[in-house]
Write a protein that binds this ligand. Structure first.
Ligand code: GLC
Ligand code: CA
Length: 565
């Protein structure tokens, strides 16, 4: 009876996701990503805004970390009402960052150093100043770009307030409303509707000519940059393309088709989703990687910021010295995705990104605390993603004004996580020679702010800790992207967090205690001949082996990595 039930569940689960080819780019199992927010990394011409030549000048630094793949936020021509996510021309680099040739040079220089380069594909929408949208506004609906966008005649009265908020009134001859994705200046591209309503003629099916033309355009954009040597894309809001698609079946189908085309043409290319649901994105949509991060309750908010309000004011979370957090929410969600995508792709846990706070925020602000968090990020499975500056513990700055749409649709402070990189002790921390008042975003005013230069030769610095962890990771199949993962500690006794990484006979046991109390965990014996401490952030945890159970005792705010013999 029970077996029958399990079999049935498996069958149902299987049919929910279109099985996709498990082929992965060969380099992905060793990939360690470094995310660069282009206007904030390195300014080469003194205008206060980072640029491509600046990034080229820092490639050796990126390599020195142990990272081998870069993801760049959008660099394309833009109105910059949403930090470059409002694209006016997908086929050209915005002049503030340089030229298309500069980008090709960056790719070549990166490749020389064994670094791959991924761009950001804003697949879901454009700027309202994009020539496609301008043409689409015309009364004549038979022009080349007419059906690239969605033009409702009215707002149906049976839809949710959230859905109605996507209808933007328009005085264009074409229609009374257009559908937006994020800001009103970001009209949604038309990939069609999963369940078109015949009473709403603007809701075209996914296979209608307009939606099909948009797909072809996206393939053109992908091919245009891939053929210039780029190694892949992170796809912005990948989960949002098909409208009226509550179970995401249409959107998964769309990506599954796109991925089939992509993998055939670029077998070594990578597609990374911004979806925040790895099971849907990878098992369903065929993406290689998706993130578990800041979105929704069921991502990793319970670990880092259960945030509230525009400044991400922290509520109780797991990685806090108060030690009042819980693990169940995260572990149940993570285990589910981990199992669903195993062997197909990676559910990655980024250190942070351009949309939410850095690990260094509020009361999580000391070196030991940040090292404990970093140990988590760099010893979990899936490809690691280090957001620029997190490797030196740069701080999330509160209360910053809006810069180019950084306030977000719901008033979130995103500028606080996009402040310019801190390189050294020179003016503007070596980011730019511009007058300080002209910097893209103001920097951390603290005279003690962390810099690469100050940490370079300090063996205990965050920077060198990151290097140490990545070095260890690259030399170990167990700790690497594909190594197995298993929770050892009990979610009902959340501190310390103990998990096992393994590959064949190689096994590592990781013990994390973010709390300021000495804590103990007991779990079924690993039956090892010895537990050797390889890395520790404080005094090492104590490992006692027993016949039936093993026991670890972790000092306050500590991380220990044991190699099991
Ligand atoms: C994604 C980007 C974010 C942007 C939004 C709209 O979530 O990460 O920065 O504002 O999409 O394009
Ligand atoms: Ca510049």
């Amino acid at each position: 009876m029970k077996t029958k039930y399990i079999l049935l569940t498996l069958l149902i689960m299987n049919s929910m996701y279109i099985t996709s080819s498990p082929a992965m780019p060969s380099w992905l199992k060793q990939a360690v990503f470094y995310q660069i927010y282009p206007p904030s990394f390195q300014d080469s011409n003194g205008d206060g805004i980072g640029d491509i030549r600046g990034i080229i000048s820092r490639l050796d630094y990126i390599r020195s970390l142990g990272a081998n793949t870069i993801w760049l936020n959008p660099l394309f021509s833009s109105e910059f009402k949403d930090g470059g996510y409002d694209v006016t021309d997908f086929y050209s680099v915005d002049k503030r960052y340089g030229t298309n040739s500069d980008l090709v040079e960056l790719v070549n220089e990166a490749h020389k150093r064994g670094i791959r380069v991924c761009l950001d594909l804003v697949a879901g929408h454009t700027s309202d100043k994009n020539p496609w949208f301008i043409q689409s506004q015309q009364a004549d609906a038979n022009l080349r770009y007419s059906d690239y966008y969605i033009w409702p005649a009215f707002i149906p009265d049976d839809i949710s307030e959230w859905a109605a908020g996507k209808y933007i009134p328009s005085d264009a001859p074409r229609g009374n409303y257009y559908i937006k994705n994020f800001y009103a200046c970001q009209p949604a591209l038309n990939y069609g509707y999963a369940n078109p309503d015949p009473n709403h003629p603007w809701e075209q099916p996914m296979d209608a000519p307009g939606p099909q033309a948009v797909r072809r355009e996206m393939k053109n954009i992908i091919a245009f940059w891939m053929d210039k040597g780029v190694d892949g894309f992170r796809v912005d809001m990948a989960m949002s393309l098909v409208k009226n698609d509550p179970d995401k079946k249409g959107t998964m189908q769309l990506w599954h088709d796109m991925k089939g085309w992509f993998a055939e043409r670029y077998p070594e290319g990578v597609l990374i989703a911004e979806w925040f649901n790895p099971t849907e994105a990878i098992a369903g949509g065929g993406f290689h990687i998706d993130f578990i991060a800041h979105a929704e309750k069921d991502n990793y908010t319970s670990l880092f910021f259960n945030r509230e309000g525009g400044e991400f004011e922290p509520l109780v979370c797991y990685f806090d010295r108060e030690g009042k957090g819980e693990l169940r929410t995260f572990m149940e969600m993570y285990s589910r995705h981990y199992e669903a995508v195993k062997g197909k792709g990676y559910a990655s846990l980024p250190t942070s990104n351009h949309d939410f706070q850095r690990p260094n925020c509020y009361t999580r602000n000391t070196l030991p605390q940040l090292k404990v968090a970093m140990t988590f990020f760099l010893t979990m499975p899936g490809a690691p993603f280090i957001y620029y500056g997190d490797e030196i513990g740069m701080k999330f700055l509160t209360g910053l004004p809006d810069v180019e749409g950084s306030r977000g649709e719901d008033g979130k402070n995103r500028a606080g996580t996009r402040t310019p990189m801190q390189w050294d002790g020179s003016p503007n921390a070596g980011f730019s020679t511009a007058d300080t008042s002209r910097l893209y975003i103001a920097q951390d005013p603290d005279p003690q702010r962390p810099t690469v230069a100050a940490q370079e030769n300090d063996p205990d610095s965050m920077l060198n800790y990151v290097r140490q962890l990545l070095k260890m990771r690259s030399g170990s199949a167990a700790l690497g992207n594909d190594g197995d993962w298993k929770l050892l500690s009990d979610v009902n006794r959340p501190y310390p967090l103990v998990y096992l990484r393994s590959a064949g006979d190689e096994r590592y046991c990781i013990v994390l205690n973010p709390s300021d109390k000495r804590v103990t965990a007991e779990f079924p014996s690993l039956e090892s001949a010895g537990a050797n401490c390889r890395v520790t952030t404080a005094a090492p945890a104590k490992y006692s082996r027993g016949k039936k159970t093993d026991k670890v005792t972790a000092p306050p705010v500590s991380a220990t990595i044991f190699k099991m013999e």
